[in-house]
Design a protein around this ligand. Structure first.
Ligand code: GUN
Ligand code: ZN
Length: 414
């Protein structure tokens, strides 16, 4: 049994804020045994100064784009052609994939991210590299070979799914790993491949579906031109059996009410990626529209279109996107989306996200005095104001430590 004492905050449901100013987190065999107000547990106690919250969940990120973060000058389709596709071609080399996967996962841990839904590349070896590195670190990672038979030269597969079948058999359910059928987006897959993806999803009940949806006006126009009979972009995926409770769609910036309603009805989820949407000039996600329909929602960094691996920073940018839409994102809601909301979106809410008894004890220690400015802003401040300041001003410097299943996985250098 491990016992950690400190200030603990979790938001298991939107609106259900649980806070212990002096709390005790008991961990047995990597699982939360209890999380409550401090009382002597009768075993040695480690004191963790700062604010203990559940580990962050990145609901959408591309590990092969790590080295192309901050690539200048273009919106989505041109940015893919100019900066991203050339970088992804290098992942045919397993040694390169190994090196970037290791760096990427260490960045996530530094930033307090303990679970993530990740895009590799079209190469099966890029999936192996990521899963091997995640297994070695005991991280909760969901990923799958990117399907893109209409991709550019050197980054193109076929509708045959035997590689994906092999990867599912090799990795799904091993350690804390899960598989996601991952068509890049409608424009890079033939009808035959989208159909094969739907069949693959139907054949593997525990597997997720992960793709992009309604991110950019040029993209949406190209989809409408190719699929003139579809009601909208979501409907394209729907026709191939790709819209259901295990589906996660990144972006959803430009959604009709029909599409948002259909997402809710199907139980599909959204990864809200504010830094990416701002960086590529894609648009402003409409959280109020999402709230109206009650669609599942998690936060995505979407690196390399996203500009930071920090979920704290991503929440600060989400606040600004909501401000631009005339709404004010509450910091406790924001924390919910980054933890339990993300877990629900990724189908892992029974495992992580809220420090509930029986969940895996993935948690982080935030330092509200990580920088001189943060220290001044948070001195004597309410919990609400400290949390908001961490979101607006914080990044990896504010993550003092990251724990996976109750064990220290990263400690910030002092
Ligand atoms: N749509 C298709 N591929 C991508 C990608 O790599 N990044 C983003 N942001 N959108 C995409
Ligand atoms: Zn993306």
């Amino acid at each position: 049994m491990k016992a950690y004492r400190g200030e603990i905050l979790s938001v298991p449901e939107d609106g259900d804020v649980r806070h212990f100013e002096d709390g005790l987190l008991l961990v047995e065999d990597g699982l939360v045994a209890s999380c409550r107000a401090y009382a002597d547990p009768g075993v040695p106690v480690e004191h963790l100064p700062g604010l203990i919250v559940p580990g962050f969940i990145d609901a959408h990120v591309h590990y092969p784009q790590t080295e192309r973060i901050a690539s200048h000058g273009a919106q989505l389709l041109e940015w893919l052609d100019r900066h991203i596709f050339p970088a992804e071609k290098a992942f045919a080399d397993p040694a390169h994939a190994d090196a970037i996967a290791a760096f990427f996962l260490d960045e996530l841990l530094k930033n307090g991210t303990t679970s993530a839904l990740v895009f590799p590349t079209v190469h099966a070896c890029s999936v192996d590299s990521l899963f091997e590195a995640a297994l070695a670190r005991d991280m909760r990672i969901i990923a799958g070979k990117v399907l893109m038979d209409l991709g550019p030269e050197g980054l193109r597969d076929t509708p045959d799914t035997s590689d994906s079948e092999g990867l599912i058999a090799r990795w799904h359910g091993r350690g804390r790993l899960g598989y996601a059928v991952t068509p890049r987006f409608a424009l890079t897959s033939s009808d035959a491949q989208l159909e094969a993806a739907g069949k693959l999803l139907a054949a593997h009940p525990g597997v997720l579906m992960h793709t992009h949806l309604a991110e950019n006006h040029g993209e949406i126009a190209a989809v409408a031109e190719r699929f003139p009979d579809a009601a909208d972009y979501l409907d394209v995926y729907d026709r191939f059996g790709l819209v259901g409770p295990r589906s996660v769609f990144a972006h959803c910036v430009h959604m009709s009410d029909r599409a948002m309603g259909r997402m809710a009805e199907a139980g599909a989820g959204i990864a809200f990626c504010p830094t990416s949407n701002l960086f590529l000039g894609s648009g402003l996600f409409d959280l109020a529209q999402r709230d109206q329909y009650g669609v599942k929602l998690g936060m995505g960094t979407d690196v390399g279109a996203g500009t930071s691996f920090s979920i704290l920073h991503t929440l600060g940018e989400a606040y600004k996107v909501c401000q631009m839409r005339g709404a004010s994102l509450d910091p406790f809601r924001a924390l919910h989306f980054a933890t339990a909301g993300g877990a629900r979106t990724l189908g892992i809410a029974d495992r992580v996200g809220a420090l509930l008894p029986g969940q895996e004890a993935d948690f982080i220690v935030l330092d509200p005095a990580a920088t001189p400015l943060l220290a001044r802003r948070t001195a004597g401040a309410s919990l609400h104001d400290r949390l908001f300041a961490l979101q607006v001003l914080g990044d990896e410097r504010a993550v003092a430590a990251t724990y996976l299943r109750g064990s220290l996985a990263h400690k910030r250098e002092q």
